[in-house]
Design a protein around this ligand. Structure first.
Ligand code: NDP
Ligand code: 8X3
Length: 262
């Protein structure tokens, strides 16, 4: 395992779920953290906790990754000490709605495409030239099982995660003559605010997604992200698909206790 102590890690969507868990996991590795999302109050609370528990050096800033000029402005305005990012974790993302395509809301589609695809591209386009110029860096995208295995009523969310997979693979080709690495960590069911956001705040429906299934925690996913980041420099973990034991594909999930033998 290679040490990543003192490395600068930029995490998008660090105010909740997998992004927050990544912040905690990379803080435990001794990294310096740049945390962004739209809900800055949450980031500040998290930063305070990380300073107290791990003595982490943290800088937070509010960012809507859909806003291209805000992305350029915020990342250009980073203090000099924070500009040389070692690891970029493109985590900010969401699903909206679960409808058949012909019944879907175009506003939901636009929000997913603007966040999961265009937002990821804006942030990456801004940070990657510096990594290439320095000959060092690691981009870790948070994709999804939905980017390999589509499911009904999820066409547009699925498409955004297929796009993340295509971007990751093509970036690896673009950068093959450099020491840079590009990974994707692709989870199945993880209990976060994901379903609450997907169902526009319907808590009962969101809770139903995880009911009676032993789903992954955000920390399980952060552990896989740290694994990617801590391999020796000549080793690239290209892709990790990580699901609950009780999930076998996007649509095959076992609800209730697992059969544990006689
Ligand atoms: P959460 O809703 O808990 O977290 C999503 C994070 O993304 C929040 O911090 C949110 O911050 C941020 N975000 C959303 N939109 C924007 C935006 N426009 N600009 C900046 N930040 C934004 O969900 P998860 O932790 O589950 O989701 C994280 C990633 O994991 C997503 O890419 C999701 O697609 C992926 N994923 C999740 C799975 C799951 O089952 N939970 C499974 C597979 C993949 P804020 O609202 O403060 O801006
Ligand atoms: C999230 C996984 O299957 O809930 O990317 O869409 S799923």
């Amino acid at each position: 395992m290679a040490s990543i102590k003192d490395r600068i890690v930029l995490i998008t969507g660090a105010s909740s779920g997998i992004g927050r868990a990544c912040a905690e996991a990379f803080a435990a590795e001794g990294c310096k953290l740049l945390l962004c999302a739209r809900r800055e109050d949450r980031l500040e609370d998290l930063a305070r906790t990380l300073r107290e528990t791990h003595g982490t050096t943290v800088h937070t800033f509010s960012l809507d990754v859909r806003d291209r000029s805000a992305v350029v402005k915020a990342l250009d305005a980073l203090p000099d000490a924070w500009k040389t990012i070692d690891i970029l974790i493109n985590n900010a993302g969401l699903a909206r709605g679960l409808e058949k395509l012909h019944e879907g809301l175009v506003e939901d589609w636009e929000e997913m495409i603007d966040t999961n695809v265009k937002g990821l591209l804006y942030v990456t386009r801004q940070m990657l030239p510096g990594m290439v110029a320095r000959g060092s860096g690691h981009v870790i995208n948070i994709g999804s099982i939905a980017g390999h295995d589509p499911y009904p009523r999820g066409a547009v969310y699925n498409a955004t995660k297929f796009a993340v997979d295509a971007i990751t693979r093509a970036m690896r080709m673009d950068l093959v003559d450099t020491p840079l690495r590009v990974s994707t960590v692709d989870p199945g069911l993880v209990e976060t605010e994901f379903s609450l956001v997907r169902f526009h705040g319907d808590r009962e429906r969101a809770d139903g997604v995880y009911e009676n299934i032993d789903v992954c925690t955000p920390a399980d996913i952060a552990d896989a992200v740290v694994y990617c980041a801590t391999r020796p420099p000549h080793v690239s973990i290209n892709e990790i698909i990580i699901m609950p034991t009780a999930q076998a594909s996007s649509i095959v999930k076992h609800v209730g206790p697992l059969k544990r033998g006689e």
